[in-house]
Design a binder for this molecule. Structure first.
Ligand SMILES: [Ca+2]
Length: 498
């Protein structure tokens, strides 16, 4: 700033010629360099974990489970605290995420319907396809769209993928429940025998709390192979003229809970703290909301529940270690400054809250998803803006200067990424579907859960006073007006998203 002033008083001809040359060069550089930088759109490294409850992450408040790599990522980005999935199971939630549309609108409201995703999308571009159509190299490593875990992993197949999304795609075949090591089955799901390890589906391992303390260093595991492939692709394509959209799918902590034995060591079962609870917590939850409870799953002792936490945390830590390898490569290759890193999960998970386990619930732990967006040059923060999984597509499109296709129903959260602490609210309410007629609507203060359009029960929670959803206020006369307002808001939401 001071240089021109100082130089402007000089009258000597030679320095003046130098000055003119310098100014011309600077002007040329000013024209050329930023244009080049603007031409080269930012890369996207998109990492998604499977069946990951955000309450198991250190950066989301867990004091026992160790997730140093995700904590470090959160410390350099926007860690969203109130973002919700569109459907609490893999196939529909991933269809919503990748299409940018509500599950009922894209028409995938069960895992089986994920098979029809490509046909239902038609010409409308998915998130990855939009990047591919705008000059990006796009790659999928392992599970991005629905894959059956563990069947599609042991078989090493694509699952119901969307081929047009990807320049290249890679699967990570692994032994899953057949991993060598110490095996334990904690729940009482019926497991079908498979002596030859050649049957991949309908064996029961996709839902049982089946645990393997692996005997090896884990190099045979899917997430290890996925991280290695992701690192290889960063090395190969990180410096290409084309930017990359690299989508990395980690399958843990989805069951079976498999990790090298060393990952279990920090979590002795008897020291694991169970979820907070209050007496008779389940009494005010309608039967329709209790399908996957401790009794039904055979988790009938404190120790069994602690053992689930032990194994789940081991699997989360193993997944976190793979994230660390990928982010380490990003830094080693000098790519951090032009790469937007996103970490999320397909949906959340019950880890014993209200004596409920796993997914297909509409309570906070299952509907809430972790979302960390670390975009170069943006402030760090923990925004409490309400958000939805289908917002990720338009958010990334906007951050990278891509158009947002008209079919996308999500809203961009780019304003929140750009200014986590001050951005105005993007949503008044957010919404999750289960089955055909079970709904969750969340506003700034209230959470409404409606089963079978209300015929099978209703739950209403004051999330300010009761963030753990212990007290269902739906039958409380003092909250009748709130309940009526929330039901009206739900009706309006349903009418608006068709
Ligand atoms: Ca309760």
């Amino acid at each position: 700033m001071t240089t021109p002033d100082r130089l402007s008083v000089r009258s000597d001809a030679a320095p003046l010629a130098c000055l003119i040359a310098v100014l011309i060069t600077a002007a040329l550089l000013a024209c050329v360099t930023p244009l080049r930088a603007a031409d080269r759109k930012p890369n996207v490294l998109f990492i998604i974990s499977d069946d990951l409850g955000s309450q198991s992450l250190g950066c989301y408040g867990n004091t026992q489970c160790k997730t140093p790599n995700l904590d470090a990522l959160a410390a350099r980005g926007a860690r969203f605290t109130r973002v919700y999935c569109q459907y609490p199971v893999c196939g529909p939630s991933r269809a919503a995420l990748m299409s940018g549309m509500y599950a009922q609108v894209i028409g995938v409201t069960s895992n089986a319907q994920a098979n029809g995703f490509t046909k239902r999308m038609g010409d409308r571009p998915t998130m990855a396809q939009q990047f591919r159509d705008h000059g990006y190299y796009t790659a999928r490593v392992s599970k991005i769209y629905h894959m059956r875990v563990p069947g599609d992993i042991t078989a090493g197949v694509d699952g119901p993928d969307h081929e047009a999304s990807w320049t290249e795609r890679f699967n990570s075949q692994a032994p899953e429940q057949w991993t060598e090591g110490v095996h334990e089955h904690l729940s009482h799901d019926r497991l079908k025998p498979d002596p030859n390890h050649d049957i991949h589906y309908a064996l029961g391992y996709g839902s049982a709390f089946y645990v393997v303390r692996g005997a090896s260093d884990g190099t045979e595991q899917a997430d290890h192979k996925t991280a290695a492939k992701a690192v290889e692709l960063l090395e190969k394509h990180g410096k290409d003229d084309k930017p990359f959209f690299l989508a990395v799918g980690l399958v843990r902590p989805h069951v079976p809970l498999v990790a090298p034995a060393s990952f279990f060591e920090p979590y002795p079962a008897e020291e694991m703290k169970l979820a907070l609870s209050v007496e008779n917590d389940e009494a005010d939850i309608p039967e329709a909301g209790r399908h996957n409870d401790s009794q039904k799953r055979g988790l009938d002792t404190t120790l069994k529940k602690q053992k689930v936490l032990e194994a789940y945390y081991a699997a989360v830590s193993y997944m976190d270690a793979q994230v660390g390898k990928i982010l380490g490569a990003l830094d080693r290759l000098g790519l951090r400054d032009n790469t937007i890193v996103v970490f999320t999960a397909d949906h959340g998970y019950q880890l014993g809250e209200h004596e409920l386990w796993q997914k297909m619930h509409l309570h906070e732990e299952t509907t809430h998803i972790p979302l960390i967006v670390a975009a170069p040059g943006r402030p760090v923060g923990a925004p409490d803006a309400l958000g939805q999984q289908i917002d990720i597509y338009p958010t990334l499109a906007e951050l990278c200067g891509l158009p947002i296709p008209p079919h996308v129903q999500g809203k961009s959260l780019a304003s929140v990424v750009n200014d986590p602490d001050h951005a105005p609210a993007v949503h008044e309410s957010v919404y999750t579907l289960r089955n055909d007629a079970d709904h969750m609507l969340r506003t700034d203060r209230w959470a409404l859960i409606v089963y079978n359009d209300g015929k099978s029960g209703v739950e209403l929670y004051d999330m300010e006073k009761d963030p753990h959803q212990f007290t269902n206020l739906a039958e409380d006369p003092q909250h009748k007006q709130v309940l009526d307002d929330m039901r009206a808001k739900l009706d309006a939401k349903l009418a608006s998203i068709k």
